[in-house]
Structures are given as C-alpha cells and as structure tokens.
Design a protein around this ligand. Structure first.
Ligand code: PEP
Ligand code: MN
Length: 337
C-alpha cells in the first residue's frame, strides 16, 4: 500500500505514520516528492490495514500498490532514477555508453581498448574478469588479475569499470575494483547474490535472464532494492526464442514497457542480443530510438583473436562508426550521448 500524505503534512505526522506502518509488521519506505510525501508500506500482507491507516493524522489517502514489485514500480516512485558512478551516468539527461571486451585478456588489451572507446565517446569500460561460460572447458577469465588490469585501465582513462560478479562470496573482492557490479543473465535469479549486491551501495547492472519474463526481471531488481541498494540499472540483453539466425532475440519494446512500469534506468546490450557484429550498430541505434538510457557494447582490438564473444564484438573502427550513428539518432530525438 501507499500512504499518501496531505500537502503540508508535518514531519511529526509523517514520522507517526511510519511508526504505524511498522507496527503493522510492514516495511516502510519514505519518498519525499516535490509536492508531498508518500510512505510505501511493503510486505506480504494484504490491504486489511487500509482503513486504519487512512484515518491517521495528515493522511490524504491509502492506495494499494498493484504491481508485484513495489520499490521498483512507478506507483511508488514516479520520478526516474539516475544511477551515477564516476564517469558513468545512466537515467539522466545523457545516454551512458559502456564499451569494452567481453573478457579482460591482458593489460595491453584492456588499456588500449579503454583508450579507444573513450576517444570515441564511451562513458564507461566493460570487461569480464569472472566469466560464466556455458562450457567448463572455455576460458573462465583472469579473475583477480583481470580486476587489477581493469583498475589500471580506469587510472589511465578515468572510465568507470563495469565487471561481472558471479558469486556472493566474491563481493568484497569485486567491489574493491568495480564501479558497477554486473549481474549476468545466468545469475538473474540467484537470489543470494542479489541480496549480497543489495547490501552495498555500489551501482548494479542487472541483466535479464534469457528465459525470464519482464516481471521476473523487475522482481529480481526488487531483491536488490529491498536489501537497501537503490542504484540499480536494468539491462535487456535478449531472450531465447525459436529463432536461430540470431544468438538471442532482442525485444526493444522492453525498453518502452519498462519505462512505464519502473523508474529504474534501462540499458540495452545489442552485442549479446544479436550475437553477430554486423547486426550490432543498427540495433544500438534502434535501442536509442526506443528510448534506452544506456548501451553496453562489446569492443575488441582484434575480434578474430578474442578469447570470448569475438563473433559479436566491434573493432575500434566499427565502434567509432556505431557512436556516430547513435549520436545522429539521439540528436534527431533531442537526446544527448
Ligand atoms: C557478458 O556481458 O559478457 C555476458 C556474459 O552477458 P550475459 O550475462 O548477458 O550473457
Ligand atoms: Mn560476452
């Protein structure tokens, strides 16, 4: 339920109602708006306390939260959330662009890529140090050494670092180096991991599971928000369908739908979403046209020799061209990159 306070309700009345909500065994979440304050009352219980809360001092009305996710919903927070960390801002005026290799392979590779993508306009660097691979025989990432190389690339370029965390027990280690903790598609429903990243204030990029519904994605985000971390970005990275010509099917209507249902920023990943380099630039531009708040793109100095996902990675030159194309679309729609 949402307890909507009257315009001009006093601080004392607001605090009183927070106390009442908590006394009913519900979690309270106060949201101070420009016009009025609302208190979200979150818990498993149904609306049976509605009338008693409605008679509280300074209360305008009590309305149910219809969405299954609560703190992620626009019903609780209509104002868009902007996630900022270092050089990266997503959900504000400018579109954020996260670019870099699928995997960190060497210091030279990650530093050169960071320099190239920054020059072309990227606002953050991606690179996997812990790689969740389908086969146990595939390259698993450089782990802590890879994290250190990412930190070097950040020192060299000033770009914020986005890197994946695959297990809750790695939180301290990954958080020591990363500006953004990426939860990969395979881990979207690893609830202990979601709670772990919710226990810190570090920004989180939550990727959609290939077979997860949008509601499941939003409920996964709810785990992180409910654990206390409001800095969540959602990422559409394609879903598994019967279509075999693309690695996944990238549904861009997700962006528009999410913007109606949630205040959290939405990033699109056309690299994993298509699985083919030649499809990436146009799908990146299309993501901007659909209203994406950010892009995450795989870029490699020599995709042919990449240790993972070379077939969907852009060269530096292709990334430059993609940025030019995306800027044109953004400008046409009065948006900035
Ligand atoms: C990645 O970003 O390299 C990755 C593994 O993505 P996903 O989790 O979306 O498959
Ligand atoms: Mn990849």
């Amino acid at each position: 339920m949402i307890v909507v306070m009257k315009k001009g309700a006093t601080e004392e009345q607001i605090e009183h109602m927070i106390g009442r909500v908590e006394a009913l065994g519900l979690r309270s979440h106060k949201i101070v708006g420009t016009e009025r304050t609302v208190i979200a009352a979150i818990g498993d219980k149904r609306d049976n306390h509605r009338e008693s809360l409605e008679s509280g001092p300074g209360v305008e009305e009590v309305v149910p939260i219809l969405a299954p996710y609560k703190m992620a919903s626009t019903e609780v927070k209509p104002q868009r959330t902007e996630v900022r960390t270092g050089s990266l801002s997503v959900g504000g005026d400018r579109i954020g662009v996260i670019a870099g290799p699928c995997s960190v392979e060497s210091e030279e590779q990650i530093v050169n890529t960071a320099r190239a993508v920054k020059k072309a306009g990227a606002t953050a660097l991606r690179g996997g140090a812990f790689k969740p691979r389908t086969s146990p025989y595939s390259f698993q990432g450089l782990k802590e050494d890879g994290l250190k190389m990412l930190a070097t690339a950040r020192e060299e370029t000033g770009l914020a670092v986005v890197t994946e965390i695959v297990a809750a027990e790695d939180l301290d280690l990954v958080a020591e180096y990363a500006d953004v903790l990426q939860i990969g598609a395979r881990n979207m429903q690893n609830y202990r991991l979601l709670e772990a990243v919710g226990s810190v204030q570090r920004a989180v990029l939550l990727k959609r599971g290939p077979s997860a519904t949008i509601d499941e994605l939003l409920l996964a985000a709810e785990y992180i928000l409910n654990a206390g971390n409001p800095n969540v970005m959602l990422c559409e990275r394609g879903i598994r369908t019967f279509e075999g010509h693309t690695r996944f099917t990238l549904p861009l209507a997700t962006v528009i739908y999410l913007h109606q249902k949630t205040h959290l920023p939405v990033v699109v990943d056309p690299s994993h979403g298509t699985g083919h380099t030649y499809l990436v630039p146009d799908m990146a531009a299309a993501s901007i046209a659909a209203g994406a708040d950010g892009l995450i793109l795989e870029v490699h100095p020599n995709p042919e020799e990449a240790m993972s996902d070379g077939f969907q990675s852009l060269t530096f030159e292709q990334f430059d061209e993609t940025m030019v194309k995306c800027c044109k679309v953004a400008n046409a729609l009065d948006r900035k990159i």
